[in-house]
Design a protein around this ligand. Structure first.
Ligand SMILES: Nc1nc2c(ncn2[C@@H]2O[C@H](COP(=O)(O)OP(=O)(O)OP(=O)(O)O)[C@@H](O)[C@H]2O)c(=O)[nH]1
Ligand SMILES: [Mg+2]
Length: 458
């Protein structure tokens, strides 16, 4: 089906099942023609007026039977979510009633909407750009208040304005460069490469900040990954259970109990995190353990921060030294846990020297507040509590932003030595890729990928 054909679509926008009210959305040029056939309102108010609510009944045209009594809210193009004529029909929240009203709409000229099609139309009609689309998507899937706040910030449009402004500046410079390249003999002034170089540097600096805000935003949206790392039996799974407050991971006194990485969400302050329990690090006993330990390595690579778990009741082993080396070489923020403090302590204190350490007994449930406090400090010192600054990007948008940055880096480094037409190619690429970030130059296939993540009715 052609995505460009603008017909009239309908979908149930509320979840399936019984509820007080269900909402059916209808959008497109025939919206009010279709509703005029089906919806009978008793009042004298003309139908439809902008932003108006009408109480009435959906009536089957052939039989005159009432399908439901409902409230219809009207939004006239272009002042609606989609930018088209749009109506929201609030029916009684019974699946039988809802499906009857839907069938009547479909029989009388509407088409069942695809996932994300209302938002896609909003995008096509210029009601929002791709950054705002991404914010809507993240708002719908947000699992915590801070994730929702981040998405709402982005819906205010500041990141959109930023990308549009940077892109306009690049276009302006590109046009000047092209003019001086194509019409050298005309009155067009030769471009001042020195000024252009300064401008590119400024833009690059601003874009780097934007990219960092986007990385942080995606960290918050996905949940910061915190990996528990340690030798077998040090108490990683016990600590995970203690942090979560429930028996999630299997704990035994057999070294090598955890063979695969386990991931669970929790909050640190008002920050969503994912705690990752890993297979204990040692020379593997069999193939399965070897695979588990390989995954431990991946968990370290993808982690935002690492919690090193050590058994305080045992002297330092070669495995502990291996673990500490791995943690230090990861260059990630970390904290060391001296676990099993309920037992006589035999781990040499000097082992932890110079490293942030907390003492914990996972068995007796003591010491967690100090660990949480330190993790909060790690999060806030990474600038991650500044939600206002953050940006949410989809996977495609992140790739495009990186490409735009790379093209500008090439331009920045090459300017003065590189041919101007090569410079123009890099600037063009930056403009094109930034257009993919905000949707100015996005292609249909990419749009398909973006909107298929949405639910029907949004
Ligand atoms: N006394 C005491 N025992 C603990 C504590 N934490 C864990 N243990 C015990 O240590 C043993 C190993 O605990 P686990 O949590 O399975 O250790 P692990 O690091 O996940 O081990 P692997 O999955 O094999 O890598 C179990 O018998 C736990 O009951 C603690 O704080 N105090
Ligand atoms: Mg374990």
């Amino acid at each position: 089906m052609s995505k460009l054909k603008i017909d009239t679509i309908a979908a149930v926008s509320t979840p399936a099942g019984r509820s007080a009210i269900s909402l059916i959305r209808v959008s497109g040029p025939e919206t009010f023609k279709i509703l005029s056939k089906l919806f009978k309102t008793g009042g004298k108010k003309a139908f439809p007026l902008p932003y108006s609510a009408y109480f009435g009944a959906i009536v089957e045209p052939d039989t005159g039977l009432v399908a439901d009594k409902c409230l219809v809210t009207t939004f006239l193009a272009p002042k609606s979510y989609t930018g088209e004529d749009l109506a929201e029909v609030s029916t009684h929240g019974n699946p039988v009633v809802v499906s009857r009203v839907m069938q009547l709409l479909l029989k009388n000229g509407a088409r069942a909407a695809e996932a994300g099609e209302f938002t896609r139309r909003a995008f096509l009609h210029g009601k929002m750009d791709l950054l705002e689309v991404e914010a809507v998507s993240q708002l719908l899937s947000a699992g915590t208040a801070s994730q929702a706040r981040l998405a709402l910030n982005q819906l205010d449009g500041l990141p959109s304005k930023f990308v549009a402004r940077i892109r306009d500046r690049l276009i302006h410079n590109l046009v000047q460069l092209e003019a001086s390249l194509n019409f050298p003999e005309d009155a067009v002034e030769a471009i001042d490469e020195h000024l252009l170089a300064i401008e590119i540097k400024h833009i690059l600096a601003e874009l780097h900040v934007f990219a960092r805000n986007a990385r942080n935003g995606n960290l918050v949206a996905d949940g910061l990954r915190i990996a528990l790392l340690g030798r077998p039996n040090s108490g990683k799974s016990s600590l995970m259970n203690y942090m979560l407050g429930r028996e999630r991971a299997i704990v035994t006194d057999i070294a090598g109990t955890t063979r695969d990485t386990l991931e669970e969400a929790m909050m640190i302050g008002d920050f969503p995190v994912k705690i990752i329990d890993t297979a204990g690090m040692r020379r593997p006993g069999d193939r399965i353990e070897a695979m588990g330990i390989e995954r431990t390595g991946q968990a370290v690579d993808s982690a935002f921060a690492i919690v090193g778990v050590f058994d305080g009741s045992q002297p330092v082993s070669s495995e502990d030294i291996l673990v500490l080396d791995r943690i230090k070489s990861s260059q990630k923020p970390f904290i060391l846990v001296c676990n099993k403090t309920d037992l006589p302590q035999r781990l040499e204190e000097s082992f932890f020297s110079g490293c942030p350490t907390v003492e914990i007994s996972s068995l007796k449930a003591s010491g967690l507040p100090q660990l949480v406090k330190t993790l909060r400090e790690i999060i806030s010192s990474s600038g991650l509590s500044e939600l206002e600054e953050m940006v949410l990007l989809g996977a495609q948008q992140s790739v495009s932003l990186d490409k735009a940055l790379a093209a500008l880096e090439r331009a920045d480094q090459g300017i003065g030595t590189m041919y101007q037409d090569m410079l123009a190619i890099d600037l063009e690429e930056a403009v094109r890729e930034l257009g993919r970030v905000n949707g100015e130059t996005v292609d249909v296939n990419t749009l398909d990928l973006i909107f298929e993540r949405f639910c029907i009715g949004k």
